[in-house]
Design a protein around this ligand. Structure first.
Ligand code: 7PM
Length: 278
């Protein structure tokens, strides 16, 4: 299970960490409100040194309630960072975007995986992703980021999320994206209540058993805040627990802010998993 990400390789034989690099104005500010590319680049190198297998770059805030970002703004945020990072990084870069134009420009600049929280549903996105010739991660989201947390509803959240993702994987294959280049993500927190998030984690095997590598993003998410009443900067212990629980259930890639700590937690899962095999 080794994915070719635009010439860099992502080996998912063992579970790996995807490090989060936000390039939005509210992240990596240098004193005032100005985004500092130098700080963003340094953070990416630090995450690589801490054991990240891939760096996920996002210039569009997909947080619940967020406003949409214009194409121009998103390109100006992510492309210069990818161009400068790509030659100095040994691991692949993932582009977190819903826009086909950003996908193409990012891959041309050196990105090696498309991470789309909208599962390539924007007009032209599947075709763009197919043209890019890199692996794709399809994430489930109910509704859109502005409204998704108002009143998410499912008959059976595990079945609905799985069926949606398999349907989107089918669409991808129909435009020529090989099944071996598709990752699936249940999209924790994207149009889900705490109970629905927990049901998805408890039932993660339903998704894992379909054969596609599964990515999970649980790091610092609001479900932790709701269950424990802790602010975002106090969510590391629970984030690590959730990462371990997901990997126990077969997740292959864990999207995380705290790369060194998450890597250590996963090393324990790997050590235990490999004990049975010897
Ligand atoms: C506020 C709330 C800020 C939530 C940012 C977020 C995922 C993702 C994000 C995920 C994949 C975050 C999210 N989450 N991509 N992008 N899976 N594939 O926690 O769960 O970073 S944005």
């Amino acid at each position: 299970m080794r994915l070719d990400c635009n010439g860099r390789f992502l080996d998912l034989t063992r579970p790996q960490v995807m490090g989060v690099l936000n390039v939005t104005p509210d992240s990596f500010s240098d004193g005032g409100d100005f985004f500092s590319p130098e700080k963003a680049l340094q953070h990416a190198f630090d995450m690589e040194a801490a054991g990240a297998a891939i760096i996920d770059i996002g210039g569009e805030s997909t947080r619940p309630g967020a406003q949409e970002v214009s194409l121009q703004d998103e390109l100006e945020r992510v492309i210069p960072v990818i161009e400068r990072l790509q030659p100095r990084l040994g691991v692949p870069i993932s582009i977190d975007t819903q826009k086909p134009e950003v996908m193409c420009a990012a891959v041309a600049a050196g990105a090696g995986l498309i991470n789309d929280v909208n599962a390539l549903r924007a007009p032209g996105a599947v075709e763009a992703a197919a043209d890019c010739d890199v692996p794709v991660c399809l994430m489930h989201m109910q509704g859109d980021p502005r409204t998704m947390q108002s009143a998410p509803e499912y008959d059976n959240v595990v079945d609905e999320v799985r069926d949606f993702l398999l349907q989107r994987a089918g669409v991808c294959k129909n435009v020529g994206i090989p099944g071996e280049r598709i990752l699936l993500d249940p999209g924790f927190g994207f149009g889900k209540t705490v109970e629905q998030n927990l049901a998805l984690l408890a039932g993660l095997k339903e998704l894992v058993d379909r054969g596609y590598p599964v990515l999970v993003g649980l790091s610092r998410k609001s479900m932790i805040g709701k269950l424990l009443g802790v602010d975002v900067e106090e969510r590391l212990p629970a984030s690590l627990a959730l990462a371990v629980l997901a990997v126990e259930r077969g997740a292959r890639l864990v999207r995380a802010h705290d790369v060194a700590e998450t890597r250590q937690a996963l090393q324990m899962c790997i050590a235990l998993q490999e004990t049975g095999k010897r």
